[in-house]
Write a protein that binds this ligand. Structure first.
Ligand code: UGA
Length: 444
């Protein structure tokens, strides 16, 4: 199949590369010529494990190319996939300007029947709106398909090549069948439905996963008060097939370019139809507050005295294995520490540059290694569960810190790691692991 993918962000680039890996001929298009230059030079504009290698091998095999010439790409393809960004507007609603613009350009280039697929996350009804935009600009026939994306950053290739399911929203069964054939090599679990339901499946899935995270974070907060261990609780809950074990890791809340944006967008979509999505509002509120538990725990160990203290921060990306820092809890936590007069020393294995750029504030000391950040600090906050942090020698760490205080925002360490160390250790929802505190200090 000849496929054009418009937009080389996470969704577009990963999809394009994976469709090429399946043997299709794929052209990836981006307006941003600097990204195209990087890709044509064998590089990758984003950090995603395995992506660069797969792009290079498929390009060498002649199945994958990169260009800024949208019209030429569209003319060569039967299937055109729109995967441009839909960033949030101040209201929380998705900004559809980029997708509309891309649709207009596609319409202007059409030279025969096309299947036009929307992979970007868009509010219910957007596929119909975009179809109208195209219809108003061309007499050429086309079919609309909603093909929501479920990949996760950091495991995007695996999620795309071995998905839990594929959802295809279509109003023409023949176009739906072509999409089914395209995805059949990946999975048998293909849901074919109407376009509006497909659009809703995407938002409902992300909103549900976000709800699971806020739920377990609230359980963790209660565990801290009653003396229970949230990892035991989540494990015990997860054996129930109706609940399932995944997305029950308590921590400092979700970040990234998807859950924060999509939960707010769904609240807004419901509001547009006079429906108050009360549950999801609480999910967002709980998530926003959860990250500040790190500060509350520091407040406890510092006895309220932040000024002049040095705090090391390990982990800046919103999750491991990505350089994406959008809506990362580290942005708020470091911002608050600086506001409190703390000297912050930060380190991340991959996301230092992207964080520095998005954070935009001065005053943080950027360090070249985890130990360099910890050197001389009064406390260490672990905010992203990168594998290299879990492997650290805690005895060496305790020697370089000024005071052995460790606030583990992602429950990376456990009893056997801490055995024999002097750490004053706070994790999330596991009060029994708090060490070095002679009397139990209530966490605010
Ligand atoms: C999420 C969804 O998982 C994907 O299915 C979806 O395709 C994607 O959004 C999207 O809409 O494009 P992603 O944001 O890449 O993927 O990452 P996740 O692995 O879902 O993690 C999101 C956040 O939740 C991270 O900050 C992570 O630390 C946090 N999280 C996740 C927890 O705090 N606890 C958990 O148990 C799981």
């Amino acid at each position: 199949m000849n496929i054009t993918v418009i937009g080389t962000g996470y969704v577009g680039l990963v999809s394009g590369v994976c469709f090429a890996e399946l043997g299709n001929r794929v052209i990836c298009v981006d307006k941003d010529s600097s990204k195209i230059e990087v890709l044509n030079a064998g590089g990758c504009p984003i950090y995603e494990p395995g992506l660069k290698e797969l792009a290079v091998s498929n390009r060498a095999a002649g199945r994958l190319s990169f260009t800024s010439d949208l019209a030429d790409a569209v003319r060569q393809s039967e299937v055109v996939i729109l995967a441009v960004g839909t960033p949030p507007l101040p209201s929380g609603e998705a900004n559809l300007a980029y997708i509309q613009e891309a649709a207009q350009e596609v319409a202007a280039a059409m030279n025969g029947r096309k299947i036009i697929v929307i992979k970007s996350t868009v509010p219910v009804g957007t596929n119909e709106r975009i179809a109208e935009v195209i219809r108003s600009r061309t007499k050429q026939p086309f079919d609309s398909i909603s093909l929501p994306e479920f990949l996760r950053e950091g495991s995007a290739i695996k999620d795309t090549m071995a998905p839990d399911r594929i959802v295809i929203g279509a109003d023409n069964p023949e176009a739906a069948e072509i999409m089914v054939q395209l995805h059949k090599p990946l999975t048998e679990k293909i849901v074919v439905t109407d376009i509006r339901s497909a659009e809703m499946i995407k938002y409902a899935s992300n909103a549900f996963l976000a709800t699971k995270i806020s739920f377990i974070n609230e359980i963790a907060n209660i565990c801290e008060k009653v003396g229970a261990d949230v990892t035991q609780v989540a494990g015990g809950m997860g054996f129930d097939k109706r609940i399932g074990p995944s997305f029950l890791n308590a921590g400092i809340g979700y970040g990234g370019s998807c859950f924060p944006k999509d939960t707010r967008a769904l609240i807004q979509i419901a509001g547009n139809y006079d429906y108050q999505f009360k549950l999801l509002r609480s999910v967002v509120e709980v998530n926003q507050d959860q990250r500040f538990n790190v500060i509350r725990k520091l407040n406890t160990v510092f006895d309220g005295e932040f000024v002049g203290k040095t705090v090391a921060v390990w982990g800046l990306s919103f999750k491991p294995n990505t350089d994406d820092v959008r809506d990362s809890p580290a942005l708020d936590i470091i911002g608050e520490l600086l506001d409190f007069g703390v000297r912050v020393k930060a380190y991340d294995p991959i996301a230092m540059d992207s964080f520095r750029e998005l954070f935009g504030r001065s005053g943080v000391e950027w360090c070249g290694s985890a130990m360099e950040a910890a050197q001389g600090a009064d406390a260490l906050c672990l905010l992203t569960e990168w594998e290299e942090f879990a492997k650290v020698d805690l005895f060496q760490l305790q020697r370089v810190l000024q005071r052995p205080i460790l606030i583990d925002g992602r429950n990376v360490f456990d009893e056997k790691h801490l055995l024999g160390t002097d750490f004053v250790y706070y994790s999330v929802g596991r009060p029994s692991l708090n060490q070095g505190v002679k009397e139990r200090v209530p966490v605010l």
